[in-house]
Design a protein around this ligand. Sequence first.
Ligand code: SF4
Length: 121
Amino acid sequence: MTEMVCIVCPRGCVLSVSDGPEWGVTGNGCARGAVYGRSEAEAPVRTVTATCAAIAGPGGFGENPRRVPVKTTAGVPKARVAELARTLLATGVRLPVRAGDTIIEDWEGTGVAVVATRDVG
Ligand code: SF4
């Protein structure tokens, strides 16, 4: 049995989730909480936001920031968030970059991409 607070809406229901393979959820005020509780107990994932180092284009950095904000397009397994963060810390992005540009197409075969979240350069 696992207890957790549902973060899907501000009500913050306290969920109890039984062990697998049933993953039965109680304490949820709506169906979304059951989905969240089951997912969080069985295979928790997190959307990752970070910044990557910018690599200047031919004109140098100019007024551009030296970091490019990025995020994953879906959740990655919670246990691998630190690994992805280290990868992003070591990833350089050549300017110019546009919001939505793909920085990493399919990270480690997870099917999750990393994209820029703003225009830089
Ligand atoms: S279970 Fe439903 S009502 Fe309760 S916090 Fe989650 S989303 Fe909100």
